[in-house]
Design a binder for this molecule. Structure first.
Ligand code: EPZ
Length: 420
């Protein structure tokens, strides 16, 4: 039986929410553990299924795992085996591509299933392969399995990415950390999760400078040591709750956030009618007046994040004057708009943008979470809609949003799981 969510919309959200650690920072750090042969304590792991799947993959490879709390682990990867990767599980995650860089760096060989994750049409890995091959690896794909080897070891080189790909930058850092000599990644991704990965590896003795800029320099070291590390708060989880309260109206205090990571998310929310005050590690958002339209254009960090555009869509549907979203990172990230249309939204899709007429009344019906952030958009739409919304395929949300039913219920939302 697959659980669905029943959302009875129309209640303004009020109260306090604590933000968990960032999924997209925790995933590369978990794979980076393969490079560290000593005990590591990680705190701030978000309790979501993508993290659980990754921990299971590491355990199948031989990692010794001790759970300290729902968000903290102690883990030792000394006795891991690259040939024991459970290939079937790797196909559930996009981040399993990080096995290539991490396993090559540690063992000189790697294997993984074709990485899965959200379906945005084709999700090529050519930048990953080019980077790894420049460092001395050979990558081959056969019968749905990616295999990489570097019998002569990995050697530092200069590599320029065609696009600041998050995943290729992660794989480059992982492969270069224990390589011989200096690797320079130009046109690198600058996301906070890249900085968090570099901070973690540096805490283990790596020599990585420039993370957070377009040029990352990695001087290979011979070994890493254990450490204790806390994952950075999730800017996308934070942004999602900010959108939810902006959409329903109400007042929320958001705790445990890094406001500096929200630089591209707060201005459009303010423009749309929210009042936001920012403190060192928390912020408050209030929206009581009208919602106004705006235009958004996604871009790599520090631009407006593609992982936030679906959550703004319900607001644009309802806003006076509507608006437009340009999607510049993933060409096929508007599949969720079909579900909003079932609720009464008027959206016109073009090649790389969506136009929202605005002023729409959203009405509850049965809808589907098409992917992780598309699912978050449906949740927000359901919270604003008249009547009851039945949200199916909730598993997508469970991949990346920790305890979202409990967090929303604490804000006063009328939302519950049902089996059918
Ligand atoms: C990461 O995916 C995130 N996933 C995605 O978040 C996020 O949307 C994306 O970065 C962009 O910010 C994780 O961190 C696990 P990319 P990734 O490589 O690394 C093209 C979520 O909702 N490209 O930066 O796969 C690619 O097709 C998820 O949490 C190539 O052409 O993204 C896309 O158009 C969804 N060749 C663009 O670059 C390559 O070799 C960005 O991809 C690699 C990428």
């Amino acid at each position: 039986m697959t659980p669905h969510l029943l959302i009875r919309g129309g209640t303004p959200l009020t109260g306090e929410v604590w933000i968990d650690g960032m999924k997209n920072a925790a995933l590369p750090i978990l794979f980076a553990l393969l490079l560290v042969r000593e005990e590591v304590t990680l705190e701030g792991l978000p309790p979501v299924t993508d993290i659980e799947t990754t921990l299971q993959i590491l355990c199948k490879m031989g990692a010794r795992l001790e759970r300290i709390s729902p968000t903290a682990i102690r883990i030792h990867t000394k006795n891991t085996d690259p040939d024991a990767v459970p290939l079937k599980w790797t196909t559930e995650l996009r981040a399993s591509s990080y096995l290539l860089g991490a396993s090559l760096g540690r063992f000189g060989r790697a294997a993984t299933g074709i990485p899965g994750g959200c379906d945005f049409g084709t999700r090529p890995l050519d930048q990953h392969f080019r980077l790894l091959e420049t460092l001395g690896a050979t990558v081959e794909q056969e019968h749905g399995i990616l295999r990489a080897t570097a019998p002569g070891g990995l050697h530092g080189k200069n590599v320029r990415l065609d696009f600041p790909s998050v995943g290729a930058t992660v794989n480059g850092i992982l492969a270069a950390t224990l390589a011989n000599g200096m690797t320079v990644i130009e046109n690198a991704a600058r996301e906070p999760h890249i900085v968090d990965l570099a901070d973690f590896l540096n805490a283990c003795g790596a020599e990585i400078v420039g993370a957070g800029t377009s040029s990352i320099r990695i001087r290979g070291v011979s070994k890493l040591h254990g450490t204790r590390y806390r994952i950075v708060p999730d800017m996308i989880e934070a942004g999602t709750y900010l959108c939810a309260v902006s959409a329903t109206g109400g007042k929320m205090r958001l705790c445990g956030v890094c406001p500096e990571h929200l630089g591209a998310i707060l201005p459009p929310l303010r423009k749309m009618g929210a009042t936001i005050t920012v403190s060192e590690n928390h912020l408050t958002l209030e929206r009581s007046g009208s919602l106004y339209g705006t235009v958004l254009e996604t871009a790599p960090y520090p631009g407006f994040p593609t992982d936030m555009q679906p959550q703004f869509a319900p607001l644009l549907c309802m806003a006076r004057g509507g608006g437009r979203i340009y999607e510049r990172v993933w060409k096929k990230r508007f599949q969720y708009t079909k579900e909003l249309e079932k609720m009464g939204a008027n959206i016109l899709l073009s090649n790389d943008f969506a136009d929202f007429r605005g002023g729409d009344r959203l009405v509850g019906t049965q809808i589907h979470a098409t992917d992780l952030r598309g699912g978050a958009a449906m949740l927000i739409a359901g919270l604003c809609a008249e009547g009851t919304t039945e949200l199916c395929d909730v598993r997508h949300l469970e991949r990346g949003y920790p305890n979202f039913v409990a967090k929303l219920t604490a804000l006063g939302a009328d939302i519950s799981y049902v089996q059918n």
